[in-house]
Design a protein. Structure first.
Length: 705
């Protein structure tokens, strides 16, 4: 249907006199107008086809696999003499992209459909597509065809070279360059690894730690916790489940009795210790062994090879530099908390323990940095906030958004917008907004790519489509939807992913916005979080919904910043302790890994970087990231430090966060490039200097020396 309306309109336009066609393009209002305009700029704007029944879902997935299988077989069966870059690497990229587009649509159905059967079917088919994509690495004939071309060292431009190198690297990482018996060994070890990863996660899910306390022991804990379902026991005591995060937090932040806090913290740090200590030891050894067999010094080198860090040593150095940089702030914050403890206990030499940190942090924030976050909602009515954010992003990136009527939406109220380049009017892509909660819908906030952009065989550009799935509070009878400041920050972040998707232009699908390295992909969005802490940005849209001329007072924003910074050093050092224990476990050589005392490595690292864990515990047994996100945790801070570094360029520019010149440079050098070149190069081209952690240290509250 979408296709035919597009064709009809193109035909119509061709029949129109030039001036009429021009005026249509100058002021497009409908999807069809934009599709016609796209056609004039050598591109096409085609929305994904959304399945309407479980049978549609199955058919889409099965057809995608069938068509791709046939295309890959045909690719591999070509006469070896005719093989070149275009009919191997470029062709494989295009074949794979079609399957990815189907997976994206089904992923959205799984998270947004109101029908459980639709969601379940989409999930099942998603798993099938995932398994199929893994099996691609092991298609021998395809590998041989690609390798034959790579071995001729064809003369290529930089993007082609990158596509070829990355594809061959992915085969090498899968073990295809090994001899058959060696490869069989690696495949067997990988299966063991997958099993152990699952076991680690299952043990975490199954870990339980109930602790019962009397009302007297729980003095300080909010009544709302004591009244929560399942907490009060028949014997009158209260049950705290140390494995439930909000239970552990309620005690850790509020219980005045230090012994109660110690018991809960100890129980939490011992979750899955009995089962997962051995599993983690085996995981560490097995990963090191696989890395060694594939030609890497350690697992961190293997994992980071495809990321910005590129090797384990660089990731470790980054984390250690940050540990050192944060030291003055960390020490100062620890001393502030220690003094609170000394005052409360009457012991001047009181020592701060692991179970004191949340408690005294909470006390400090309540006593010194109280901000009524609920009252701030009045300044952020949903529609004004959305419009305000749109205005800012349109301004800094040089864009225009127009809402159009969608031919199909998966739920009433979902909206569709077309993005144009403001200077030329060229359509850039389209995005859906699905912003309020409902039964069965994904319950966080995220950008879901619906379709990657890319050059088609006929040379036209197939424009990208994205969707935001959010859960903002629904409006009530007497009030509009009012957002928390944290929600506004989330909105700026998630919409940043949409912008990345709309702006990236790559010839090959595998080099688009969401193909950038894992330790970079969040950075452009994290950067945009900085906007909502700036008075001049907030003044463009935030105002009391009862009287929009009432702006957010500067002191309130300053208090929000002060509250965030109060214990940010402690918070970041805790993140660094996880990042470093992860790297310390995964930079062991294969020989060392078998003998490693994982408990000692974890506890020593934690004590050095953060706060010593409770005695005889092993908190890493309950860190789910260590199975599936292994040698990757450093990436959170890696991206955050870079994000704040990038934001500092706006901050220092004439128009601050609204500066259009800096915005266009960001668009051209970072967002627009996608993964067509090394992202480290893109970031430095935008910064105009090497990367620095100084802006991050200032953000944390460390004044420039
Ligand atoms: Zn994100």
């Amino acid at each position: 249907m979408q296709k035919s309306s597009y064709l009809t309109l193109t035909a119509l336009c061709l029949g129109l006199p030039f001036t009429a066609a021009f005026s249509l393009a100058a002021n497009p209002t409908t999807l069809a107008d934009f599709q016609a305009l796209a056609a004039k700029s050598n591109s096409q704007l085609v929305l994904p086809t959304y399945p309407l029944t479980p049978a549609d879902i199955k058919a889409q997935a099965e057809n995608a696999i069938k068509n791709a299988d046939a295309a890959f077989d045909a690719l591999a069966a070509q006469d070896p003499k005719t093989l070149n870059f275009d009919n191997t690497f470029a062709a494989a990229d295009a074949i794979g992209a079609k399957v990815v587009d189907v997976a994206l649509v089904l992923g959205t159905v799984a998270e947004s459909s109101t029908d459980k059967t639709m969601r379940d079917t989409a999930n099942d088919m998603g798993v099938k597509l995932q398994e199929w994509s893994v099996s691609l690495d092991y298609r021998e004939p395809l590998y041989r065809a690609l390798k034959a071309v790579a071995d001729t060292h064809p003369k290529l431009d930089a993007e082609q070279q990158r596509l070829m190198d990355f594809q061959m690297r992915s085969y090498r990482r899968a073990g295809l360059s090994l001899s058959a018996p060696d490869r069989a060994d690696v495949e067997r070890l990988r299966k063991d690894l997958a099993g152990l990863n699952t076991q680690f996660a299952v043990n975490i899910n199954e870990a339980r730690a109930p602790l019962d306390f009397t009302a007297e022991e729980l003095v300080g804990v909010p009544q709302s916790f004591l009244d929560s379902p399942g907490v009060r026991q028949p014997d009158g005591r209260y049950r705290v489940m140390a494995n439930i995060t909000w239970h552990a937090q309620a005690i850790g932040e509020n219980a005045d009795n230090a012994e109660v806090r110690r018991k809960v913290a100890t129980a939490r740090s011992n979750l899955a210790k009995e089962t997962n200590t051995a599993v983690l030891s085996k995981l560490v050894a097995l990963r090191a062994d696989i890395a060694h067999r594939l030609g890497y010094a350690n697992w961190a080198d293997y994992q980071t090879e495809t990321r910005m860090a590129k090797n384990g040593a660089t990731a470790v150095k980054f984390e250690e530099d940050l540990v050192a940089g944060l030291q003055p702030k960390f020490a100062e914050e620890m001393e502030t908390l220690r003094q609170l403890k000394a005052a409360q206990t009457g012991k001047p030499d009181a020592k701060l323990e692991a179970w004191d940190i949340s408690y005294y942090t909470n006390k400090l924030k309540k006593e010194k940095y109280a901000v009524d976050v609920e009252a701030l909602r009045a300044y952020f009515p949903y529609q004004a906030t959305l419009n305000g954010m749109f205005a800012i992003y349109q301004r800094i990136f040089g864009l225009k958004f127009t809402e159009v009527e969608a031919p199909y939406v998966w739920f009433p109220g979902v909206k569709l917008y077309v993005v144009q380049d403001k200077a030329t009017g060229t359509p850039m892509g389209a995005f859906y907004l699905d912003m309020f909660p409902r039964e069965g819908k994904f319950n966080h906030f995220a950008c879901f790519s619906q379709k990657a952009g890319g050059v088609m065989a006929d040379g036209r550009y197939d424009l990208p489509v994205a969707a935001l799935l959010c859960n903002f509070p629904a409006p009530s009878a007497d009030k509009p939807s009012l957002l928390k400041h944290a929600d506004v920050e989330t909105l700026f972040h998630e919409f940043g992913h949409v912008m990345h998707g709309m702006l990236a232009r790559s010839r090959y699908a595998g080099q688009g916005a969401f193909s950038v390295p894992q330790d970079f992909v969040e950075a452009p969005s994290q950067m945009l979080e900085n906007w909502v802490w700036d008075k001049s940005v907030l003044d463009t849209f935030a105002g009391d919904y009862r009287d929009p001329s009432k702006k957010l007072p500067a002191e309130t924003i300053a208090s929000l910043v002060a509250a965030r910074q109060a214990t940010e050093g402690i918070g970041e050092r805790r993140q660094l302790s996880i990042g470093l224990l992860d790297l310390n476990l995964h930079t062991l050589s294969a020989d060392d890994a078998w003998l490693a005392d994982v408990v000692k490595i974890v506890n020593d690292t934690t004590a050095r970087v953060s706060v010593a864990p409770p005695a005889n515990t092993f908190w890493a047994a309950y860190i789910g990231h260590l199975a599936g996100y292994d040698a990757a945790y450093y990436g959170y801070l890696w991206a955050k430090v870079m994000a704040i570094d990038m934001a500092s360029v706006f901050k220092a520019s004439p128009n601050g966060f609204l500066d259009e010149t800096v915005g266009m440079r960001l668009r051209n050098e970072v967002y627009g490039k996608g993964d067509t070149r090394d992202v480290g190069e893109s970031v430095e081209k935008f910064l105009g200097r090497p990367r620095s952690m100084q802006p991050f240290l200032e953000y944390v509250g460390i004044k420039k020396q």
